[in-house]
Design a protein around this ligand. Structure first.
Ligand SMILES: Cc1ncc(COP(=O)(O)O)c(C=O)c1O
Length: 509
């Protein structure tokens, strides 16, 4: 057995060198950190991270710094001579940390609350250590194969059938861009050679509730602002499939080329659910590419009680789910599934001679997107899925949904408060709405309530607008969030609204 197989360090130190070279410039191969120093700081930083994760609830959730404060306290130019780790770490703690908004905080309820987790953080550490660039299979076979395996696991976990091929991108925005690029490739084949100038105007359909990344993608794909046609919604802000059919038929008659429809399961503002099955029928009837944005809510499909929201999504051409949103995997990690990998290939495959590697039957992830270089993101997801197991992941997701139901019940029972319905997942949308208060005052009061709670540092909530009116978003999704955190933040919101008498507040209204 070799030293490597036995796990024992090779002679001369783990890095194969002959001890620690001095940091006085006499090191014949400058650029490396001496192994002993790395080990010492590695231990210190892992200890720091462990303590941070234990104590993160004691930090103010929201960074309390003014714009420019962090930068203003740091050197304007890079140091000419290397600095000791001690001073880097000191500045990290004294300057950087106060400028951090703690997404790991168990009372972080803004946006979509997300958190990494111990196994995800450790996977990320190993990814950084290996530093592979998994552009082609040969460039790191394990990175490519683990990406495929892990995404097959995730596909099975959320109940999607085999036949969806997965690839990991950094964000849902990029995953959606890739899906719509494939849709454009399929729907406007003329554009591949002559560009869009010679092609009929293409159209993508989505509701006004869809994430801004859809419009960004449509723009970036050269379809222009008119390339996205908004589709009317029903009372719960879900896409109306009849309106979709009407829009497509009108567009065909007017000379547009319908390309794709984007349905969202769990919209950003209120977690509305577009009816995937009915939309799939329209897509099939009109030859549209169906892309499903389940960036946030996708993992909930693993829960038996939630599957109704996802009915029909298995008929999509592409689906995005972000493990970095609600699957406890550190940012960034977005899974894009496509039914026909050839469509992504057609949009993106372009192999220069230096990347021809000759293996048969392997996937080169560079063929499935814009980027050539890619991080080994699958490792952290593999760690998360193995460490928690499917059962453990379901338990955390279910816990978040139950906390959201608890909060919904508290809001419903509180005089002068109102809740947006439904709340299908782990987001509760609410507002202080005593009777008789005109909308502009109510909006201002809710923003004031939010700002008070956030300024106090014990919780962080965000807001949205529905029909131009302000509502507060209370998103639950952090792996460390417990009932006490939800109750505490709800109490803080009520206190910030001031004493209520006969439904009217005396304080902020
Ligand atoms: C439904 C939905 N889709 C897409 C996105 C964009 O995600 P990302 O930041 O990964 O691009 C978001 C962000 O919150 C979202 O809520």
């Amino acid at each position: 057995m070799t030293d490597r197989e036995s796990g024992d360090p090779p002679p001369g130190g783990e890095f194969g060198g002959a001890g620690e070279p001095p940091r006085d410039g006499s090191d014949p191969a400058p650029g490396g950190m001496p192994p002993g120093e790395f080990r010492e700081w590695g231990h210190r930083m892992v200890d720091w991270v462990a303590g941070y994760l234990e104590d993160v609830g004691s930090y103010p959730v929201l960074a309390g710094v003014e714009p420019g404060r962090v930068r203003g306290r740091l050197a304007a130019e890079a140091p000419v001579r290397g600095e000791p780790m001690e001073s880097l770490f000191r500045d990290f703690q004294s300057v950087v940390l106060p400028g951090i908004t703690h997404w790991n905080h168990p009372a972080f309820f803004a946006y979509f609350a997300v958190s990494g987790s111990g196994p995800g953080i450790l996977g990320e550490l190993l990814t950084a250590a290996l530093n592979v660039n998994a552009m082609v299979w040969k460039a790191s076979p394990a990175a490519t194969e683990l990406e495929q395996l892990t995404l097959d696991w995730l596909r099975g976990f959320v109940g999607l059938p085999p036949g969806f091929n997965g690839t990991i991108n950094d964000t849902a925005s990029i995953s959606t861009f890739h899906a719509l690029a494939a849709a454009r490739e399929r729907g406007l084949p003329e554009a591949r050679v002559r560009g869009l100038a010679g092609a009929p105007p293409g159209r993508v359909y989505a509701t006004a509730e869809t994430h801004s990344s859809i419009l960004k993608a449509v723009h970036a794909l050269g379809l222009g602002r008119d390339g996205l046609r908004p589709v009317a919604t029903g009372p719960e802000r879900e896409m109306d499939p009849v309106a979709l059919t009407r829009a497509v038929e009108e567009d065909v008659a007017a000379g547009f080329r319908p390309l794709a429809v984007v349905a969202t399961i769990g919209t950003t503002s209120v977690t509305a659910v577009d009816p995937a099955g009915a939309i799939a029928d329209v897509a099939a009837a009109h030859g549209l590419w169906l892309h499903i944005d389940a960036a946030y809510a996708g993992p909930a499909a693993a829960l038996p009680g939630m599957q109704g929201h996802f009915r029909g999504w298995e008929r999509a051409d592409s689906i995005v789910i972000n493990p970095h949103k609600w699957l406890f995997t550190p940012i960034d990690c977005s899974a894009l599934y496509v039914r026909d990998p050839g469509a992504l290939h057609a949009a993106f495959s372009l192999t220069p001679a230096y990347l021809e590697t000759g293996e048969e039957g392997v996937v080169h992830h560079m063929d499935q997107g814009l980027a050539l270089g890619r991080r080994f993101r699958a490792l952290k997801l593999w760690f998360v899925m193995r460490y928690f197991g499917q059962e453990g992941l379901r338990a955390i997701l279910q816990h978040h949904i139950e906390l959201a139901r608890l909060l919904a019940g508290l809001v419903d029972a509180a005089p002068g408060w109102e809740r947006w319905r439904p709340s299908p997942f782990s987001l509760v949308v609410l507002r202080h709405s005593p009777p008789g208060v005109p909308a502009p005052e109510r909006d201002a009061a809710n923003l004031a309530i939010m700002n008070r709670v956030n300024a106090a540092g014990t919780a962080f909530v965000s807001h949205t607008e529905i029909d131009g009116e302000v509502w507060l978003r209370f998103a639950i999704g952090n792996v460390h969030t417990m009932e006490a955190h939800v109750r505490g933040a709800w109490r803080a919101l009520q206190e910030a609204a001031g004493p209520t008498r006969n439904g009217a507040t005396e304080d902020v209204m």
